[in-house]
Design a binder for this molecule. Structure first.
Ligand SMILES: Cc1cc2nc3c(=O)[nH]c(=O)nc-3n(C[C@H](O)[C@H](O)[C@H](O)COP(=O)(O)OP(=O)(O)OC[C@H]3O[C@@H](n4cnc5c(N)ncnc54)[C@H](O)[C@@H]3O)c2cc1C
Length: 483
């Protein structure tokens, strides 16, 4: 865009949101050049921080007037480059829209602006004995808008489902600047499920500005077990068998020995460094049912060679167990400065095979791979550790990542359980979807966004080559296809 047009746009944007909330200096733009998937970096032309739906609407109208793409951004904890502005344009940051508008304990819903963090919603609902169930490990930072756009899950997804199961409606600014509401507070089967389309669309169909979410009563009885196994395979086998025995725990999470040791180096909480894996199982519900389930879980764990197992004595001990799990990715920073976290899914029964073959892929590419699993739902998070300045290592990380995704698909799984496709897995989409599937996705995208102005280049692969498309050069393209 010519400098004069850009200056005019900045002027008009400043009149909408205030001049402090339009950022254009190289330093401030650099702060918004990626999300938590730091391999793909592309600087926006402008950063705009609106405070209301009306302001978002006017910003989107101006983006259309100046033909400038725009990309929604919450807390940028995304792990697939969804908020990264690969075509430049406006990074539309929603974190100033962080009000909780209403908690309705009778109907058990919360009405919120999308920039509010996930955990703040549960904190606001706590005095009523309620909480917001989706609990991504990033929940203290990630926003409801980001959770909705990624259809985020978390450790308790196994029993309570993904974000889609807890959102009743959302107010959306569509790519042309019009405002609409998808869904409603009451059960509704009258229309097309546009809410279902919006949730998980990674900011490609519009900008959510408000949401009404379902709250659940907090269970009075919770039991949390920490068990050690000689290997990831034996722990994985226990996970499969627990479910096969008819027990659906609230959560079943596993970390491997490398991660366990990194966490122990960080937290010094007395974890068993010699174990091959650590399994967390959480049960909740009526006390009698927990009692029965606890016996089944214990006996399955022992039959599968558990080295030891302990149940948390109180909430403090439970919180510490969860801290070990939720800080695991951060703790891996002690081993290498960068980690590429994958998110493939496999049928739970294939856990052991997947784990062994991921280790083989790591050996083949001479990479260190740490593993964290939402084991209960077969969602793998292999973390490929690397040093960004070592281009050869980065290239091997990308090749190994691709092979791991191929493996997940081969085993009957798919590319992503919760982190989304973004830019990171866009080229792998044909592994999991036919040309017809992708064409159907393209129709939907074109119906919402015919100008391809709303978070372009995400989810759906484009046939154009890098040079033709106008996309900013990304490291993965340079290393893998030389453009
Ligand atoms: C340490 C760590 C742990 C994590 N653990 C989990 C986990 O357990 N489960 C899980 O599912 N994810 C996890 N994630 C990934 C990430 O936290 C989630 O995807 C989260 O929902 C992103 O929220 P955000 O506010 O950071 O969104 P961002 O990263 O800012 O954006 C994510 C996507 O949503 C779009 N978007 C953001 N706001 C809006 C909006 N208002 N309207 C439309 N589109 C919007 C963006 O364009 C982008 O495509 C983790 C990430 C980290 C760093």
């Amino acid at each position: 865009m010519p400098d004069t047009a850009k200056a005019a746009l900045i002027d008009e944007l400043a009149r909408v949101v205030g001049k402090n909330y339009v950022l254009s200096t190289p330093l401030s733009l650099a702060l918004y050049e990626c999300d938590a998937e730091t391999m793909d970096v592309a600087r926006p032309d402008l950063v705009v921080l609106p405070k209301s739906t009306e302001e978002v609407q006017k910003v989107v109208e101006l983006a259309n007037k100046y033909s400038m793409p725009f990309t929604a951004r919450g807390a940028a904890t995304g792990l697939s480059g969804g908020a990264t502005t690969i075509y430049g344009g406006i990074s539309l940051v929603l974190t100033r829209m962080n009000r909780i508008l209403r908690i309705d304990p009778k109907d058990m819903v919360a009405e919120v602006e999308v920039g509010v963090t996930n955990l703040s919603v549960s904190h606001a609902a706590a005095p009523y004995g309620l909480y917001f169930a989706p609990d991504p490990s990033s929940q203290s930072a990630s926003t409801i808008g980001g959770n909705l756009a990624e259809n985020s899950g978390g450790p308790h997804t196994l029993k309570y489902g993904m974000t889609i199961h807890h959102v009743l409606s959302t107010k959306v600014v569509l790519p042309d600047g019009s405002v609409t509401v998808f869904g409603g507070r009451s059960k509704d089967k009258l229309s097309l499920d546009l809410l279902g389309l919006m949730v998980g669309s990674e900011g490609t169909l519009g900008i959510a500005t408000e949401a009404t979410v379902r709250l659940l009563p907090r269970s009075r009885f919770v039991e949390t077990m920490l068990a050690y196994f000689p290997s990831v395979g034996t722990g994985g086998q226990a996970v499969s068998e627990i479910v096969a025995h008819g027990v659906i725990p609230a959560a079943m999470e596993m970390i491997d020995s490398l991660t366990l040791n990194a966490v122990e180096d960080y937290l010094h909480m007395g974890l068993n460094r010699a174990a091959g894996s650590l399994l967390i199982v959480e049960l909740d519900g009526p006390q009698e049912s927990i009692h029965v389930q606890r016996q089944i879980v214990e006996s399955v764990a022992k039959e599968n060679g558990a080295l030891s197992l302990n149940w948390a004595k109180d909430d403090k001990e439970r919180a510490l167990i969860w801290k070990a799990r939720k800080t695991s990715f951060g703790a891996l920073g002690r081993i290498a400065p960068h980690g590429y976290v994958l998110d493939g899914v496999i049928p739970r029964s294939k856990l052991k095979e997947a784990i062994e073959r991921i280790a083989e892929i790591g050996e083949k590419h001479k990479l260190t791979i740490a593993n964290v699993y939402h084991a209960g739902d077969g969602n793998l998070h292999p973390c490929l550790l690397y040093h960004r300045e070592n281009e050869d290592e980065v290239k091997r990380v990308m090749l190994a990542g691709k092979e791991i995704l191929e493996l997940c698909v081969e085993l009957g799984g798919t590319l992503s359980g919760e982190h989304g496709i973004g830019i990171e897995k866009v080229h792998e989409m044909p592994m999991a979807f036919s040309a017809h599937d992708l064409a159907a996705m393209t129709w939907i995208k074109n119906a919402f966004d015919p100008r391809s102005i709303c978070n372009p280049g995400k989810i759906i692969p484009q046939l154009k080559s890098c040079g033709e498309s106008g996309m900013r050069p990304l490291l993965r393209h340079k290393l893998l296809s030389g453009c």
